[in-house]
Design a binder for this molecule. Sequence first.
Ligand code: ATP
Length: 359
Amino acid sequence: MSGPVTREDGAHEVFADLPPSPAVWCSGLHKRYKRRTAVDGVSFTVERGEVLGLLGPNGAGKTSVIKMLLGLVRADAGEVLLLGRRAADPNARARVGYLPELFRYQPWLSAAEVLALHVRLAGATVPEQERRDCLALVGLADRAGDRVGGFSKGMQQRLGLAVALVARPELVILDEPTSALDPLGRADVRDLLLSLKARGVAVLLNSHLIGEVERVCDRVVILDKGRVAASGTLPELLGQRELRLRLDAVGPEAEARLAAAGRLTRSGEGYAVALPAELDDAVVPDLVADLVRLGVRVHAVEPGRISLEERLLDILRTGPGAGGIRSEERSDEAGLRRLPGGLSERSERSQLSPGEEQR
Ligand SMILES: Nc1ncnc2c1ncn2[C@@H]1O[C@H](COP(=O)(O)OP(=O)(O)OP(=O)(O)O)[C@@H](O)[C@H]1O
């Protein structure tokens, strides 16, 4: 016969049923350096296994936000939870990998020694073979014994990535991880990020390389002047796709078929059909097949969508208003108002439902 369920056992069962807490949850972060406001009410979440891109112009506050998440800069206001724990909790910190924007490793150590040192600092145990594999993952397998002082900038950045990854983190925060890398190195990092994501590791990526962000990120938060100017998934941020067609012999029936696929605009032989953001793979081939069947001569079919770079420039120049992009300022305020002082970690989480705060 099983014994009586203690309060602790009961609590354990209740919490075991809860979905995992977000990898990052922050609400209402503020930071001033003397009279300059660097971060002005920033809130967002990074879910487990998600790659979140942090974008914004120079001085927007991206690095300040990252440093506040990690406790490297003290926030003037706001709350941070990492992996469901207070950011200062050593148990949370040990499970976070971080590549700073600017860093220098001890030039007299070898790459292997730098990794061993950081494993010790994280309080982790990582066998030597796994540390070697980590160096191989960033393309430094044959430089393990070389002193870091002789490394190129790109090689130091690769080592920085290995340091961020070596202690098997559940959350990786990368501040400009590819700024010194050649195109091949950037492609390697993209693959690396996708493999982390496939393993359920959450990634917060700060990068000015927008094409990179567009390729790997599930969601993007755009900062401007210390505030969240916009955030969302790529389809949310980029809006509708467009299909541009060059056609002739288009009869009324074919025109009706085009209009059925999406809002239709025409100039001469050129037709543009606005398609929904989330598109079934069969929509375009089916449309072309139907047009051909209706006697239309199809000269060209081109997919078109505004790029993230165009959208970012648009937001920074004109504000987030156009295109149905959410500004999170309102939820920041809500987050702050709803944060009662002195609550326990768990009760804060359950009151705030961090995952839902942004939805
Ligand atoms: N230690 C500091 N002392 C004083 N001001 C600072 C400090 N760190 C950052 N700032 C200021 O805070 C603002 C935000 O800087 P931050 O480095 O967070 O921006 P960023 O978005 O990461 O910029 P970049 O893309 O250029 O790296 C800037 O105006 C910067 O001058």
